[in-house]
Design a protein around this ligand. Sequence first.
Ligand code: PMP
Ligand code: GLU
Length: 393
Amino acid sequence: MKALSIKNLGISESMTLAISAKAKQLKAEGANIISFGAGEPDFNTPEYIRTAAIKRIEKGGNGYTDASGLPELKTAICKKLRDDNELEYKNNQIVVSCGAKHSLFNALQALCNPGDEVIIPSPYWVSYYELTKLADAEPILVEASSSQEFKVSIEQLENAISEKTKAILINSPNNPTGAVYTEVELRAIAELAEKHDLYIISDEIYEKLIYGEKHVSIAKFAYDRTIVVNGLSKAYAMTGWRIGYTASSVEIAKVMSNIQSHATSNPNTIAQYASIEALSGDPAPIEEMRLAFDERRKYMVETIESIPQITCVEPKGAFYVMVDVSTFFGKTVEGNKIEGSIDFASVLLEKAMVSVIPGIAFGVDNYIRLSYATSMANIEEGLARLKKFCETY
Ligand code: PMP
Ligand code: GLU
């Protein structure tokens, strides 16, 4: 038989999803696994959103919507962008998609030609790399170390820019580091993009999961050249509902909408109606979840800091902590040589029954990523196991 698509044979499986699925499977089989893998809230979707979905199912009117989303939902998104981000958009600048991942896919497809380069600050969320390759462009990684609080400098970005650079991908608050860029830093990145005529893709999916810092959208400083990516998955505990969206220029929105009209048509109609309610309803349940994440974050950072073999940088947003485990590299644990983050994660799973994501998935092999989107009881037990593992080996 003829070979499959060479481009797509080169795309690897999402490690975050694969490891989360493996932990779920082991648990279903009865293993006493504590999972720090999944980047998804452990809370149920707030009741007022669930009720809106049920009402819509019963009311009918659940056919196709416009391929780029319901006009009423676009209006609610424009209001949200005005109220939260001081950004003015009209409905024809909004494209609602099947999750923020799909929005990122559309954005990269709309911008890139073969050979274009996309600058991605590292550590980066696992899918940016593969989504860029899917758009026939080349990911150019710019690494920010822990001593920079995992934030790239303007000099680093400037050095990475070439004739071929098409866009910079900014993710603040960041997955996996929890880093949050300040207004001053974002303004400088926007100026750089202006100077070199680059687009900005700004992934703001963790906007509302922020602890003390202020979220600012870079679109405030580079409105015409920014594609804002956001969605309902994280802050509203709606990962499985699959609603994300972009806000961009009319021209870019039209290209993304055309792509989507052939690839998926509209995102799930019922979830779109429920999203209108999510965006315009009572924000109290959202704030309650944020406070719970904050409490878990503090506990996690304190506990990790009390374990001498490992270190972390306090995350300022999202629900992840990057833990430096490089002191284990070169050691052998009961016959298993630990040479990188994949080895560490697999030995930890086997010996301590704790599931984590190896840092290599995010471009940095010295780390593992722990998600605190799990109950306090799980966090206490999982960290106790990690501590014991560190002491034993
Ligand atoms: N961006 C980042 C940084 C993420 O962590 C995720 C998590 N899945 C997404 C985008 C995609 O979100 P969604 O589930 O809405 O596709
Ligand atoms: N974004 C989450 C994570 O990083 C969910 C899994 C995924 O979509 O990659 O774990």
